[in-house]
Design a protein around this ligand. Structure first.
Ligand code: ADP
Ligand code: 5GP
Length: 190
């Protein structure tokens, strides 16, 4: 049986990764979504096991010790990691899986899965990115500033990705990602 695609979606905080992934899950119900573990506090409305597996720092470090992560990274003040077994089993079973992760983690995944499909979501402009991250209202100003400074470093790593998708309109951004997935399935090598 053909393996599923491993799709990595990265992009600066506030660009709309979560929003686009939620919409993609409606449009492509067969696409599996990897739920990450994090030490960050849940935001209002976020559910354990749905948005993230929320862990204490001790629990997260134990998961690292037990080799339970495909990759993990420290981002701003917290740890984030992709549970390894779920990703491997999903691909083996022939299903496509999408990982919504930041760039350090994405580059580690690329070392292990060079055949993965690496998509970078870009804002229409830096000003729009600032407005989106502030408008979400989930972080204090110090965290927003920290995330914005990281954003520039992240965008500078765009060259390591296969595709760049501008998230101007959610509908358009989703259509572009859907098209990428369809095209990847049509590759002779797949
Ligand atoms: P990320 O997951 O990349 O940090 P979010 O999905 O939380 O970003 O989006 C950040 C904010 O921007 C949210 O308030 C969301 O509603 C808004 N947003 C996302 N995509 C768009 C878009 N294409 N146009 C306008 N607002 C958007
Ligand atoms: P947030 O706190 O806004 O949910 O996420 C912060 C950043 O961490 C985002 O860029 C998000 O994509 C990234 N992230 C979420 N899960 C993971 C993961 O499992 N691994 C890595 N490396 N980054 C992640």
């Amino acid at each position: 049986m053909a393996k599923g695609l491993l799709i990595v979606l990265s992009g600066p905080s506030g660009v709309g990764k979560g929003t686009v992934c939620t919409e993609l899950r409606h449009r492509m119900p067969e696409l599996v979504y990897s739920v990450s573990a994090t030490t960050r506090q849940p935001r209002l409305g976020e559910e354990n096991g749905v948005n993230y597996f929320f862990k204490s720092k001790e629990q997260f470090l134990e998961m690292i010790e037990n080799d339970q992560f495909l990759e993990y990274a420290q981002y701003v003040d917290n740890f984030y990691g992709t549970p390894r077994e779920f990703v491997e089993q999903t691909i083996q079973s022939g299903k496509d899986i999408i990982l919504e992760i930041e760039v350090q983690g994405a580059l580690k995944v690329k070392e292990k899965f060079p055949e993965g499909v690496f998509v970078f979501l870009l804002p229409p402009s830096i000003d729009v990115l600032k407005d989106r991250i502030s408008g979400r209202g989930t972080e204090n100003q110090a965290t927003i500033d920290h995330r914005m400074s990281v954003a520039i470093d992240e965008i500078n790593l765009l060259e390591y990705y296969d595709y760049a998708v501008v998230n101007d309109e959610i509908d358009q951004a989703c259509k572009r990602i859907e098209s990428i997935i369809i095209a990847e399935h049509c590759k002779v090598s797949n």
